[in-house]
Structures are given as structure tokens and as C-alpha cells.
Design a protein around this ligand. Sequence first.
Ligand code: AKG
Ligand code: FE2
Length: 315
Amino acid sequence: MSGHSSLEVRPIEGAQFGAEIHNLDPQNITEADATVIWDAYRERHGLICFAFDELISEQDLHNITAVFGENEFAPGLINGFGKATPAGEEELTVEEQVAKLRATGRDPYMAYIGNLDPKSLEKKKTKKKFFGEWEWHTDMSYVEIPPTFSLLHARVMPDEGGDTGFCSQVMAAKALSPEMREKVIDLKVKHDSTYGSSGVFRPGMSAPASPIEAIGYPHPILRTVPTTGEDAIFLGRRTNGYVMGMALEDSEALLDELWAHSTQSQFCYQHKWKVGQVVVWDNRMLLHMRTPFDDSKARFMWRTQTKGEAVIPAR
Ligand SMILES: O=C(O)CCC(=O)C(=O)O
Ligand SMILES: [Fe+2]
């Protein structure tokens, strides 16, 4: 019965945006379910938390991902996707790289985020920085066409810390002064690819001489989100951000001002995880970050993402 959905939708408690959805069967997602999910997405500003009583399978996560779009590669696996091309690999096609990963049992669409080995779930050697705070960012925005949705599935969580923060850049855009809007409407900011979200180098990357030289992609500071027609501020991440064409000093000052505006607490919500949950967000509408947690504890997530579309500059 594709006309019937048994999904239960409620606002996330204590948040100005975000919907919590119960009763989804990831092995049987109907068209009616998808309609309910997309309505919740629009009404609750691009953030959805699916509640599950137990862990779901990789296929389940891919099924939920498919409601939002087509799978995109995980960062750090395919050359050019958060990974520099190693010497001698210039000639490998994307298909050949995918085949190589598949041959080792690696799903190129799945990212594993945590201090546990994805297979054995034993503690693995993890850089200190991983446990610290992860700065506000949108996923993989250093490529020309960044993924639209990201999904996180909580597998192992510390009892304290390791929350994920979300910050509405649609609300932030609405709150811009007319003068600031006028100032940035035709400007682009380069989103840097040097560091991963925890602040360590991505594969094959090294520190740029300055943000001007950093490797990344320039995007409009104000973009239009096609699913709602609303504008959002699009900054990517603060580290090594650079406003194209400006003197470095002026770029730094403008970015500091924009970031202070964009991350005000009234635009933000901090998610405390329960194991089993899947949280989906629209990277066009929301920044996210992660709070620190104790390095003696374990935290482990699965993540997928969907292919994006060309960034639409606001007018
Ligand atoms: O682990 C988290 O809570 C956030 C990780 C993150 O930034 C991501 O998955 O894109
Ligand atoms: Fe992220």
C-alpha cells in the first residue's frame, strides 16, 4: 500500500528546527513515507532524526540515503574527493578506483567516523585531535559540487560529550543586515580542503603558505536552496577560508564578522545522540560541528552522503 504511511513525526524537543521521525522500516520505505519525510524536511528546516530501537544494517542506511538522493563517495577514498592523487595514480579512472576499493571489501560510499576499527570494533590508534572540538563546517564543500545531504548513524556513543551541533544558515541569512547582504551578494569564499573536520591533514595534503594558496573551491557566500527557494549563508569552514579577490587582511576581517554572525546560538541546536538514531541534514541549509569527548571513551558512526547539484548563487 503505497498510499499509507505509519510514520510518526514530531518536532525535535527544545530545537527551533528539526523533526524526529518514528516507525520507519528501512527495508520497506513506501512512497507515502518518502512524502511524509520530505514534508517534515521542508517544515523543519532540513534536519531529521530517525529513531530506531536497535542498530541498522549498511543496506538499511543506504535505503534511507536513497530517499534523499543518489549516493556520493565518502571523503578520502577517491582522488579529488578529500584526497590528493598519489604519484603513479594519475591514470586511474574513478571506476578503477572503485573496483580497487570493492576488491578489499571497502564500500566507497560509506564513511566510518570514530576511534574504533570499523570491522572488529576494537579501539584503534587515534590522533588526539579527533577527541577535541570539530569546527563548524559543511561537508566536502571544497569540491565544485558538494554533497547535499549527509547522514550519520550512531553505533557506539560515549555517555557524555560527542554531541553534534547544527546551525541554520537560512536563519542566519534572514538575519543579515541589508548592508551586509549588499556587501557579500557578489562575493565568493574559497572552501579549503587541507584539513579534515577534526583538524588533521587529509590524505596527501600539507599546510598552504596562506589561505590564498590553499587548495579548495570558491563558492558564492549567499546561495539559494532550490527545495525551499530560501537563501542560506555558505561559508564551509573557517580554517583557511578566503574571500576571493580581497587582500588577505580584509578577507580575514570579513570572514570573522560573517562567522560570528552565522554561528549565533539562536540559530543553533546541539544534538545528544541515542545509539541507533540516524540523523540527516541538508548541507545547503545547516552548518554542523562536534563537541569534544573523553579520549578513554568510544564513539563510532557510519556516514553516507548524497550527490549534490551546482551551487545556485543568491540574487
Ligand atoms: O561525528 C559527528 O558528530 C560529526 C561528524 C561530521 O562532521 C560528519 O560526519 O560530517
Ligand atoms: Fe561533517
